[in-house]
Design a protein around this ligand. Sequence first.
Ligand SMILES: [Zn+2]
Ligand SMILES: [Zn+2]
Length: 156
Amino acid sequence: METKDSSVKLYVRGMSAAERILWRCYEDSESGCWVWTGDPGCPRYGQMRIGGAGSRKEATHRLVYAALRGPIPDGLVINHLCFNIRCVNPGHLEAVTARENVLYGRHNGWHGRAACLHGHTYTDENTRVDPKSGARKCKTCDRNRAQEYRDRKRAA
Ligand SMILES: [Zn+2]
Ligand SMILES: [Zn+2]
């Protein structure tokens, strides 16, 4: 079993910043988001220091993206395709210019994205809004998930 102590030892042994972040994430089974839980008081995306005390803070999703997908080109920012700013799943992140990020990002709600994570176009017929979160949901994905669930039950 993991204890607080073992995490400290792992840290001292030199886990990379990305490993330290992923160690404190859980996977949301519905969205597939890897949600960082390291700093629940932080209202925006997660940040952590990459060096010792007093060093610069870097956004957690940028660190994981750089570790798993490669360096982020100069001048590009990381856009959350899933609109969950605490998510660090590199499959939900894309490097875009700051201008694109403003167009697609929270300033413009989710209206800027043309398709869901699986590439289904957000047409009027294919879109519903989750009443709890206000997030935009893809009906094709909903149907696929429901079908998978039925298939699994049949197979069981
Ligand atoms: Zn996500
Ligand atoms: Zn979809």
